[in-house]
Design a protein around this ligand. Structure first.
Ligand code: RP5
Length: 164
């Protein structure tokens, strides 16, 4: 099975990355996690992206905050799918990272999830791998059914509480 590469711009992004690693672990998807910055360690970020396909990765998740160029810098050096997570920092509520990640020029796409959206980044990566993996697709279907059942349980509880 292909691995998911996870790259964060700083270890301060780790709480958001944990949402992704928890999801990938639950789905039994192998992954690697690295701290590489587009600005502080541009050579290492570039080398990771350039070698990602031959190193067995199927998609890359890149998380960064502030002037968040990491996902775009990774995407510039690979044709693997790159999923960007804009991370909120102390100022601007993540709007800075959202725009830096989502507004890629034509030719170098980054599939951008919500601000701090580590869980959805992992799910999107899983769905990419599941195109060619029927067992993983079945695990994703099972998760959807479980999530739906949990919402319907909440509906039953709350509608009963307000029943007249
Ligand atoms: C970005 O700058 C990182 O992704 C992080 O979200 C932000 C702040 O980094 P630190 O100053 O916390 O290392 O490159």
């Amino acid at each position: 099975m292909k691995k998911i590469g996870i790259v964060m711009g700083s270890d301060s992004d780790l709480p958001i990355i944990r949402k992704a690693t928890d999801m990938l672990s639950a789905l039994e998807i192998p992954f690697e996690v690295h701290v590489y910055s587009a600005h502080r360690t541009p050579e290492e970020a570039r080398a990771f992206a350039l070698n990602a396909r031959k190193n067995g990765f199927g998609a890359i998740i890149a998380a960064a905050g502030m002037a968040a160029h990491l996902a775009g810098a990774i995407a510039a050096n690979t044709t693997l799918p790159v999923i960007g997570i804009p991370c909120a920092s102390a100022y601007l509520d993540g709007m800075d990272a959202l725009l830096s990640t989502v507004q890629m020029p034509t030719g170098i796409p980054v599939a951008t999830v919500a601000v701090n959206g580590g869980g959805n980044a992992a799910l999107l990566a899983a769905q990419i791998l599941a195109v060619e993996d029927a067992d993983l697709a079945a695990r994703l279907d099972a998760k959807r059914q479980k999530d739906s059942a949990a919402v319907l349980e909440k509906d039953a509880r709350i509608s009963a509480e307000f029943a007249q």
